[in-house]
Design a protein around this ligand. Structure first.
Ligand SMILES: Nc1nc2c(ncn2[C@@H]2O[C@H](COP(=O)(O)OP(=O)(O)OP(=O)(O)O)[C@@H](O)[C@H]2O)c(=O)[nH]1
Ligand SMILES: [Mg+2]
Length: 303
């Protein structure tokens, strides 16, 4: 298709920012489908994920990244910061996402990193403008930040409501080079169905557990079989202490059951198949601060 179209453009867009500013929500909005998991909790995204959007005139490959944060003591946190920081390299344009009017120390540190390492142009994206009654309130913030860094553009959006997102996508096309498809046109991510299944289970746990959420919880898919129009999926939820195990299971197993139900429904729509899902909870002491266990659980420095 693209051979005939000499004006076709393709390239990479990194999405960078502190935790919880709406990076993953933005990718889902752009793709028009749920790919990346999102939640009210900071540090929802743990791995780099590509979200690929192909249109008649371009293929933009969005790189979702874990929120850059300052607490890098645990091995998993260091892994997440590395995954985010390395995404700044080798992209055509960087979206630096912040939460509307707020500006925290963590935002400042992300900007410092960009100042030091970003080679590609950086667009400042002020997200969550739906929360502002008066958009003019953004002007002083834009002015202050623009005096600290030479942003290629400043774009206020609401990823959740879709405000100004199409305009942002159009702007992005200026920054990617002419080029052919990088991925097949019907591919929307670099991640396997198996990975996405584990992520969906983790999202449901993040959302249902609220304040009780054991932060160091992870999901490992042990069985993933496709039989005609049925996916047979077995997953283990790892926590670090036995007290956390009972929280995840809930009274009479209710919480785990409802996590399983919600995850299954989304998997069925994602895979367009029936899904038979089984969940177990196990304790694996200290996994989030142990480099070897992290690797075993899929926290590899991939890419
Ligand atoms: N009001 C409002 N909320 C938003 C908007 N975009 C995202 N959110 C909410 O902000 C929270 C965090 O969104 P995520 O997309 O998970 O944020 P993230 O930047 O990917 O977070 P990490 O993966 O933890 O780094 C969720 O509760 C979203 O629903 C927006 O435009 N407006
Ligand atoms: Mg995220």
């Amino acid at each position: 298709m693209t051979q005939e179209n000499e004006s076709f453009k393709s390239g990479y867009v990194a999405i960078i920012g502190r935790p919880n500013v709406g990076k993953s929500t933005l990718i889902n909005r752009v793709l028009g489908q749920k790919l990346c998991i999102t939640s009210r909790r900071p540090q929802t995204t743990r791995h780099r994920i590509l979200g690929i959007k192909t249109t008649d005139d371009s293929q933009l490959i969005y790189v979702d990244t874990p929120g850059l944060h300052t607490d890098s003591k645990r091995a998993m946190n260091r892994y997440m910061n590395r995954a985010a920081a390395s995404s700044i390299d080798d992209v055509d344009v960087i979206l630096f996402v912040i939460d509307g009017l707020s500006w925290t120390d963590e935002d400042k540190q992300v900007l410092e990193r960009l100042k030091k390492n970003a080679v590609a142009p950086v667009i400042l994206v002020l997200n969550k403008v739906d929360k502002l009654a008066d958009k003019d309130l953004l002007l002083p913030q834009i002015e202050t930040l623009s005096s600290q860094f030479d942003f290629a553009k400043v774009v206020p959006i609401s990823a959740r409501k879709g405000i100004n997102v199409e305009q942002l996508e159009n702007e992005l096309k200026q920054f990617v080079p002419l080029g052919d498809l990088i991925f097949p046109e019907d591919q929307f991510t670099d991640r396997s169905s198996r990975f996405l299944a584990a992520e969906l289970i983790r999202e449901k746990l993040f959302r249902q557990l609220g304040q009780e959420l054991p932060y160091s919880l992870t999901v490992e898919i042990e069985e993933f079989k496709q039989e005609n129009k049925l996916y047979r999926i077995g997953a283990v939820i790892y926590v670090e202490r036995s007290g956390q195990k009972s929280i995840v299971i809930g009274k009479k197993g209710e919480l785990l059951k409802s996590v399983g139900r919600e995850a299954r429904i989304e998997m069925e729509s994602l895979f367009d198949s029936k899904v038979f899902l089984q969940l177990w909870v196990k304790v694996r002491d200290g996994w989030s601060d142990n480099e070897r266990m992290l690797k075993n659980l899929g926290y590899n420095d991939e890419l």
